[in-house]
Design a protein around this ligand. Structure first.
Ligand SMILES: NC(=O)c1ccc[n+]([C@@H]2O[C@H](COP(=O)([O-])OP(=O)(O)OC[C@H]3O[C@@H](n4cnc5c(N)ncnc54)[C@H](O)[C@@H]3O)[C@@H](O)[C@H]2O)c1
Ligand SMILES: O=C/C=C/C=C(\O)C(=O)O
Length: 484
């Protein structure tokens, strides 16, 4: 049984909070115990992070920091199999996903933001002064200080390093609160931090729950200078309230109810491949996934049939077996939530095209399995069409005109991402511009260039991360005005 400790000031320490169990979602077995941080431990972590700003880390040049970030990427890659196993045991996700997405991106994030800080520039303005002389303004890009990083469980290492890497690149220190469901890779990263020579206190990890526990202790801590959060919209509201105390900036990457739009001129095979992944990859637990599809009437029946075939094509089982293509959902609680929506769809009179229940997975009866599911026939105000479910399921609605598709897609409080499929160039540009989201993919899904702005509109978030946009959040600009 693994014991996951907090990582504070370069050391692994037990916390004063109540320890809790870590489950393997594939079997439901308890495979670890997580030592939760109490308020005093969070104080110690924030204190260590604050002190580290004044230590060697704070005096380091950008090239020195960049060299350490590259060592972190190499350090993760050198222990690739350990990170892979840790992520798989926390999430039950298939090896094929974790080895292609989670761990490589977890490492790559450090290299990407090392590159970014080397080229991040600031403005200068020369001005005339009333005395006939002049002055020169230039901006200094300074770290904000101690950054609280609060993370979800769906892509644990990837989403954590997506924030930790730019925060460190900019010279901040961090206190990470991983999801209580997935403590492993954040903890393992502490070992890599020490091994490559990141000074103590620069990276800290506190484990525990959110409300009334480590998450809240951290986000309400007065010595935290900025909060970056990925998770549910409701939690984002609580974090924003906590950030109001002391006026701390927030970056919020929140929930969604993303629409996919398929026009009848789309390449059907490519569309099914792309949207099949958008609906079902990672057992539907991707914030960018599509839980609502709008398909033009001319290809509606063929599309629905093709998507049902995709839904039925997954293989459940041992995540370490390369033949497994779909894992369980993260927890018994989350499975109950997803299945409650399967019940709601039934009660609302949906036409069930595929799935709709729980599979029998031989040898893994205790796992948190749910079937990939496709429905049609529900009105737009049905709970299944409106609420974020965060499971491997989608509802498909037919439409006739471009205007109608856009009105349907935009009729949601959320605005994270969309995936539009058409071979008509003009329509692609028009639709991408008219849809109210932060990320519009055309003829693709989850194709990521890490220099691009990433984030949500409406209730899906505040701010953008990625490339220079991360630098904007993790630094503060100071204007220096020199009278010449
Ligand atoms: N927009 C994005 O980039 C993005 C990416 C991934 C996931 N998500 C969203 O995340 C959600 C799934 O993740 P989740 O269930 O882990 O989200 P969650 O909001 O339940 O939890 C996220 C983190 O916040 C902590 N937390 C909870 N309440 C808190 C509080 N009051 N104060 C401080 N911390 C608190 C949790 O312990 C956890 O570490 C989905 O809604 C999904 O759409 C969004
Ligand atoms: O579940 C959400 C996935 C988010 C992905 C990223 O933040 C990324 O690719 O950088």
């Amino acid at each position: 049984m693994t014991r996951f400790l907090n990582f504070i000031d370069g050391e692994f320490v037990a916390g004063s909070g109540e320890a809790f169990a870590n489950h393997f979602p594939t079997t439901g077995e308890v495979i670890g115990e997580v030592s939760a941080a109490g308020r005093a431990d969070v104080d110690a972590a924030v204190g260590a992070a604050k002190a580290a700003l004044k230590g060697p880390w704070g005096r380091m040049s950008i090239p020195e920091r960049v060299a350490l970030l590259r060592k972190l990427a190499d350090g993760i890659n050198a222990r690739f199999d350990e990170f892979l196993a840790a992520e798989i045991r926390d999430t039950g996700k298939p090896r094929s996903i974790a080895s292609h997405i989670d761990i490589p991106r977890g490492a790559a994030n450090f290299n990407v933001f090392a590159d970014q800080i080397l080229t991040a520039s600031t403005e200068t303005f020369e001005m005339a002064t009333p005395d006939g002389g002049g002055a020169l303004n230039y901006a200094l890009r300074l770290p904000r200080g101690v950054i609280a990083v609060v993370c979800p469980w769906n892509l644990p290492l990837l989403l954590m390093t997506w924030k930790v890497a730019p925060a460190l690149a900019c010279g901040n220190t961090v206190v990470v609160k991983p999801s209580e469901e997935t403590p492993a890779t954040a903890t393992l990263l502490g070992e890599v931090m020490n091994a490559v020579g990141i000074p103590r206190g620069v990276y800290n990890v506190v484990h525990g729950m959110g409300p009334g526990a480590a998450g809240e202790f951290l986000t309400s801590h007065p010595d935290v200078n900025g909060i970056t959060f990925t998770g549910e919209t409701r939690t984002g509201e609580a974090i924003m309230r906590a950030a109001a105390g002391g006026i701390r900036p927030v970056s919020l990457e929140l929930g969604g109810k993303n629409a996919g739009i398929v026009f009848d001129d789309a390449d059907l095979e490519a569309t099914l491949e792309g949207l099949g992944r958008a609906c079902f990859a990672n057992t539907g637990q991707v914030c960018l996934g599509t839980e609502r599809l709008y398909v033009q009437r001319g290809i509606f029946d063929r599309f629905v049939e093709g998507l049902a075939a995709k839904a039925r094509s997954y293989r459940f089982g041992d995540p370490f077996d390369p033949a497994t293509t779909m894992g369980p959902v993260i927890s018994a609680e989350h499975r109950a939530k997803v299945l409650s929506y399967y019940d709601k769809a039934r009660a609302a009179g949906a036409t069930l095209i595929a799935g709709g229940g729980t599979p029998d997975v031989a040898g893994y009866a205790g796992g948190y399995w749910v079937e990939p599911t496709v429905w049609t026939g529900l009105p737009e105000d049905a709970a299944v069409v409106r609420d974020e479910i965060f499971g491997p399921c989608t509802h498909v609605t037919p439409f006739d005109t471009e205007e109608e598709a856009l009105a349907l897609a935009n009729d949601t409080p959320y605005g994270l991402a969309t995936s539009i499929w058409t071979t008509n160039l003009g329509r692609a540009h028009r639709t991408a511009k008219a849809i109210e989201v932060g990320i519009a993919w055309v003829n693709c899904w989850f194709l990521r260039d890490l220099r691009t702005p990433f984030g949500g509109s409406k209730a899906s978030g505040i701010g953008r991360e990625g490339g220079i946009h991360s630098m904007e959040f993790y630094t503060e600009l100071r204007n220096v005005c020199i009278k010449l």
